[in-house]
Design a protein around this ligand. Structure first.
Ligand SMILES: NC(=O)c1ccc[n+]([C@@H]2O[C@H](COP(=O)([O-])OP(=O)(O)OC[C@H]3O[C@@H](n4cnc5c(N)ncnc54)[C@H](OP(=O)(O)O)[C@@H]3O)[C@@H](O)[C@H]2O)c1
Length: 297
């Protein structure tokens, strides 16, 4: 029997526990604040930002969204980040990526105050995570760790294979898995588009983390019996639905179920966890900046 790891349920538990932290902050006269910045006309980016704002409202975080025209001068975005850095009511800043081509995205990420960098993408925060002293773990890999914990998956001594090496998912994921720390201590392999014989790697993995952005590229024949499969991929594929498409992961869910010991669905697996961990980092940021201690889940 394959266990379906319910990301919606785990995320709901984390939000409940965060509410207690938010109450503790409120008792001390503090309200966590998250600023999102949207400089894009892309409907998907607009949806992501509005979901993040809705999540904030739901748990009692003060959410503000700054919208900039996609063709506004880059300086407007740089200045916005500086203003938010200086705003004491804003504890976390998230600039929705991708930004337009005329904006230097590296400059944007570097200009966010590392104490407010709730995405965890500032080089200082990346360095701290690699050194085993994370300030803010990036939301998606952190969410994956929480799913592994909730499903009682032992990573210590396990063979883990991460498919994908992006800065936001694959690399930090692999890094967390090799840390000498709880939910780490895995023997970790990172695969990517130049990997020869991907299946040879995934087949010996106790834990497979798929983050390639290629619809259903990993099927049951590429897995070992009983493996834990975490599917980060979110891919739109044409389908006979009202919207004309459906979302599928990087794993062929049907064929993987049966071989895998546990698997996350898409949607309803990693996605809700990424959102929950952004709230987590915002509460942590507010706690650090205010000096009010809170218990984090
Ligand atoms: N659920 C969530 O919350 C969440 C969050 C973030 C991302 N995602 C999804 O996760 C997926 C990955 O996102 P990303 O931002 O990391 O994507 P990305 O920046 O496009 O990186 C994809 C990675 O996969 C590798 N790759 C591509 N094709 C491959 C293949 N055939 N075999 C092996 N490796 C291959 C690429 O290798 P190279 O480096 O060699 O090009 C790259 O390292 C996407 O579907 C995205 O929508 C979901």
């Amino acid at each position: 029997m394959t266990e379906i790891i319910d990301g919606d349920a785990v995320a709901a538990e984390i939000r409940d526990e965060l509410r207690e932290g938010i109450e503790a902050l409120a008792d001390a006269g503090e309200r966590p604040g998250l600023a999102t910045v949207l400089m894009s006309d892309d409907p998907a980016s607009e949806t992501y930002v509005s979901m993040k704002q809705r999540d904030c409202e739901e748990v009692g975080i003060e959410g503000v969204n700054v919208e900039l025209d996609a063709d506004a001068p880059a300086e407007e975005l740089y200045d916005t980040v500086e203003e938010l850095n200086d705003d004491p009511e804003v504890h976390g800043i998230l600039v929705q990526m991708p930004v337009p081509d005329h904006v230097d995205d590296r400059r944007v990420l570097r200009s966010i105050d590392p104490e407010k960098d709730v995405d965890g993408f500032h080089p200082e925060n990346v360095g701290r995570m690699v050194a085993g002293d994370a300030r803010f773990k990036p939301c998606t890999p952190h969410g994956v760790q929480k799913l592994l914990e909730a499903a009682d998956v032992e990573t210590e001594g396990a063979e883990a294979v991460v498919v994908g090496r992006s800065d936001i998912v694959g690399k930090p994921m692999a890094n967390l898995l090799v840390q000498k720390a709880p939910l780490g201590n895995a023997t970790t392999t990172v695969c990517h588009s130049r990997t020869e014989d991907l299946a040879a790697h995934t087949r010996r993995a106790d834990v497979v983390i798929a983050a390639a952005g290629v619809p259903e590229m990993i099927d049951g024949s590429m897995l070992t019996e009983g493996a834990t499969v975490i599917d980060v991929g979110v891919n739109r594929v044409e389908a006979d639905t009202e919207k004309g498409y459906e979302l599928v992961g990087d794993v062929d869910f049907e064929s993987a179920t049966g071989t895998a010991g546990a698997i996350t669905p898409v949607p309803g697996g990693v996605g809700p966890m990424t959102r929950a961990m952004l709230l987590y980092n915002t509460v942590k940021a507010a706690s650090r900046q205010s000096g009010v201690a809170v218990d984090l889940p």
